[in-house]
Design a protein around this ligand. Structure first.
Ligand SMILES: Cc1cc2nc3c(=O)[nH]c(=O)nc-3n(C[C@H](O)[C@H](O)[C@H](O)COP(=O)(O)OP(=O)(O)OC[C@H]3O[C@@H](n4cnc5c(N)ncnc54)[C@H](O)[C@@H]3O)c2cc1C
Length: 354
C-alpha cells in the first residue's frame, strides 16, 4: 500500500485546477499527491465559458474574449456590453495540456487509475466524484454543441449570443447559444433547462442542424468538434469521511440558476491552497447563502412556469448590465441584488417564496 499526503479523486476541472494551484504555490515541494482518474484520454471535451469577474490561472487557454453579447426572444433583441468583465471561453484540451506539462515535472505527483493500492487513512482527500440517483423532480441544464467552420467567412465574431429563445420550447426552457470564435468558426449549442424526462428534447443533432441552417442561415459548413453534457441544477449529495473535502460540482460549486461552475472552482482551489494547513478548521467554502436562497426561488418559478422564462431572462438583462453580470457571477452587492429582484415578476416570485 502506498501513502500520500494528499489525494485528489477525479482529475477533471476541479481536481486539476486544485493540483495546479497547489503546484504553483509550491505546496507540493515536500508533500506527495496522487491524482486518481479512470479516463483513457485528455482530449478536449468541454468549453468552459463565463464572465471574467476574477483573475484565474488559465488566460492562455482562452479561445476568445467578447466585450458584447446579445439575448433575444421572438421579435426582440437586447444588446449588452460587458467590456469590464469580458465573456471568455476556455478550451479544455489546452487546459489539460497546460496542467499536465507543469505537474509531470514534479516527482511528488503520481497519476493513478484507481485508489485501490493506496492507504487513504492518513491522507487529506479532495473528492470530485458524486453519485446522482435519477429523480424526476431534479432540474438539469442539458445541451449539445457543434463547433462549425463556415464556408463564407462572414460571422460577426465581435458579439456572442448568450440566449436565443426564438425556438421551440415544448414544456421546458430552451435556447440556443452561439460563440463566434472568428469570421469562419463558431460554437453553436442547443440548451434545455428541464427534468430531462421528455426524450424528444434530446434529438440535439436535428435541433442544431435546423438552427444553423434556418436561423443562422448557414448552408455550407463543416463540423470541427462536438460537445454534449448535462449540469445538475441541484447540489448532489455526497458521503464524506472526516479527512475528505468535496470539490467541483460535487462540492456545490455550481451556481444553480445558471450552471456556471468554472470560476467558482478556481476560487475554491485558491481558498483550499491558502488554508491548506488548517483546512478542516476554517469555514467551509461555499456559494453565498443569499444566492442559494434566490436561486431556489428562481428554479421553483422556472419549473412551474417555464413558458414565462424567456421573457424573465430577457427583462433581467434590460437592468443595468454590470449589476446582472455581478449577480449571475456571485459578486453583487445587496443594492444590486435588490435592483435585479425588482426586475422579476413580483407576484410570481412572491407566491413561490411563500
Ligand atoms: C460539456 C460541459 C460544458 C460545461 N460548460 C461550462 C461553462 O461553459 N461554464 C461553466 O462555468 N461551467 C460549465 N460546465 C460545468 C462545470 O464547469 C463542469 O462540469 C466542470 O467540468 C466540473 O468540474 P468537476 O471537476 O466537478 O467535474 P469533471 O470535470 O467532470 O471531473 C470529474 C473527473 O472525475 C473522473 N471520474 C469520474 N468517475 C470516476 C471514477 N469512478 N474513478 C476515477 N475518476 C472518475 C472523470 O474522468 C473526470 O475527469 C460544463 C459542464 C459540461 C459537462
Amino acid at each position: 500500500m502506498k501513502d500520500f499526503d494528499y489525494i485528489i479523486i477525479g482529475g477533471g476541472c476541479a481536481g486539476l485546477s486544485l493540483a495546479y494551484e497547489l503546484e504553483i504555490k509550491k505546496k507540493l515541494k515536500n508533500k506527495t499527491l496522487a491524482i486518481i482518474d479512470n479516463r483513457t484520454n485528455y482530449n478536449r471535451d468541454k468549453t468552459w465559458s463565463f464572465w471574467k469577474v476574477n483573475p484565474h490561472n488559465f488566460d492562455d487557454c482562452v479561445i476568445k474574449n467578447w466585450k458584447d453579447f446579445s439575448i433575444n426572444i421572438p421579435n426582440k433583441t437586447n444588446y449588452v456590453s460587458c467590456a469590464r468583465t469580458p465573456y471568455q471561453s476556455i478550451n479544455s484540451g489546452l487546459f489539460y495540456k497546460k496542467i499536465f506539462n507543469r505537474l509531470e515535472k514534479n516527482q511528488n505527483i503520481k497519476f493513478l487509475k484507481t485508489i485501490n493500492d493506496i492507504n487513504v487513512s492518513k491522507s487529506l482527500i479532495f473528492n470530485s466524484l458524486h453519485n446522482i440517483k435519477p429523480n424526476k423532480k431534479d432540474l438539469w441544464q442539458h445541451f449539445a454543441g457543434f463547433e462549425i467552420e463556415v464556408e463564407k467567412k462572414n460571422l460577426d465574431s465581435e458579439i456572442m449570443n448568450l440566449m436565443d429563445f426564438d425556438c421551440e420550447q415544448k414544456n421546458s426552457v430552451h435556447f440556443f447559444y452561439t460563440l463566434p470564435y472568428s469570421k469562419s468558426r463558431a460554437l453553436v449549442e442547443t440548451t434545455w433547462l428541464s427534468n430531462m424526462m421528455d426524450e424528444t428534447e434530446k434529438n440535439y443533432e436535428d435541433q442544431l442542424r435546423n438552427y444553423i441552417e434556418k436561423n443562422l442561415n448557414i448552408k455550407n459548413y463543416k463540423i470541427l468538434y462536438e460537445e454534449q453534457g448535462k449540469i445538475p441544477l441541484f447540489h448532489p449529495t455526497t458521503v464524506k469521511n472526516n479527512n475528505e473535502i468535496s470539490i467541483g460540482t460535487a462540492g456545490g460549486m455550481t451556481r444553480l440558476s445558471t450552471g456556471y461552475t468554472f470560476l467558482n472552482i478556481q476560487e475554491h482551489s485558491k481558498y483550499i491552497c491558502n488554508n491548506l494547513e488548517k483546512i478542516n478548521k476554517v469555514k467551509k467554502f461555499e456559494i453565498k447563502k443569499k444566492y442559494k436562497f434566490l436561486d431556489k426561488i428562481f428554479l421553483k418559478v422556472l419549473s412551474k412556469h417555464p413558458q414565462r422564462m424567456p421573457e424573465i431572462f430577457y427583462d433581467m438583462f434590460t437592468a443595468n448590465n454590470e449589476k446582472v453580470i455581478n449577480f449571475l457571477s456571485n459578486k453583487s452587492s445587496v443594492l444590486e441584488d435588490i435592483s435585479i429582484i425588482l426586475k422579476m415578476p413580483k407576484l410570481l416570485f412572491l407566491r413561490e417564496l411563500i
